[in-house]
Design a protein around this ligand. Structure first.
Ligand SMILES: [Zn+2]
Length: 263
């Protein structure tokens, strides 16, 4: 059985084997065991299972079949479909790619072969990741990386796909129209923005002076390939969007290790 996907995590095993998590085209993540996957050896085979690489894999048919999502599938053959050329040579770019992969790793549901059709709805997750990595590599090729712009485009498309994108038009409390309130604060616990009247209902600290609503709305409407024309994004805005996702997926921001590498 052939499957295509992007490697999101690699864990070395024994001397030259590895376990990888791969985000499949249909948007779920499969765990695979790759004998000799670390490369090297007598024939100095290249290591294809690198985080961020897009591969085609043939899985070994075995007694267990493919029905369980818990057991690791064994890869019989692999072909490299795409690999970034510049990401590994740039510390910021590398950290951003790691953040994309880490966020996807914490989000994707496990693959289940008997459920492959039913899970087509997650295909958007694969598109978000592959576009994010491809355009990050393009920006690095042109030596023109504004990482905050790439991250807000990624987060906007990611939240949209997950169906938790905050509604830019209405206050999440009273439902009033948020016309010109570019700086309407984002309230993760409520899943949306809050108008100036309802702000008193919010407990705890809020970012009140940052144009998160305006920039998020623009990022939703901007194609990934148009990153070069996007305005500067304060990094605090990305932090708010990541915290928003963290809240919905019960992740603690300090546990997101690659975000620390970026900021
Ligand atoms: Zn309101």
């Amino acid at each position: 059985m052939g499957l295509e996907g992007i490697v999101i995590q690699v864990i070395p095993q024994k001397e030259r084997d590895l376990i990888a998590r791969v985000l499949l085209r249909e948007g779920t993540a499969i765990g695979v065991y790759v004998y000799g996957g670390m490369g090297g050896g007598k024939n100095s085979k290249p290591r294809l299972f690198e985080p961020g690489n897009m591969l085609r894999m043939e899985l070994r048919t075995g007694k267990s079949g493919y029905t369980s999502s818990e057991t690791l599938q064994v890869v019989a053959e692999q072909t490299l479909l795409w690999q970034a050329s510049h990401i590994r040579h740039d510390a910021r770019g590398f950290a951003l790619a790691c953040l994309y992969l880490e966020i996807i790793l914490k989000t994707a549901l496990p693959y289940a072969a008997d459920n492959a059709k039913a899970t087509q709805e997650h295909g958007g997750l694969f598109n978000v990741l592959s576009n994010g990595l491809f355009h990050l590599d393009q920006a690095l090729a042109k030596k023109d990386l504004a990482w905050e712009v790439h991250l807000i485009l990624f987060m906007a498309k990611f939240l949209l796909h997950l169906g938790i994108l905050p509604d830019e038009n209405e206050c999440v409390f009273c439902g009033c129209e948020l016309k010109d309130e570019a700086c309407a604060p984002l309230v993760p616990q409520q899943g949306g923005f809050c108008c100036s009247q309802c702000i008193t209902q919010v407990e705890g600290p809020l970012e009140k002076e940052s144009p998160v609503r305006a920039l998020l709305a623009q990022a939703v409407r901007t194609h990934f390939q148009d990153w070069a024309s996007f305005p500067m994004v304060p990094s605090a805005i990305n932090t708010q969007l990541i915290q928003f996702w963290c809240f919905h997926f019960q992740v603690k921001l300090p546990d997101l290790t690659s975000y620390k590498m970026l900021s």
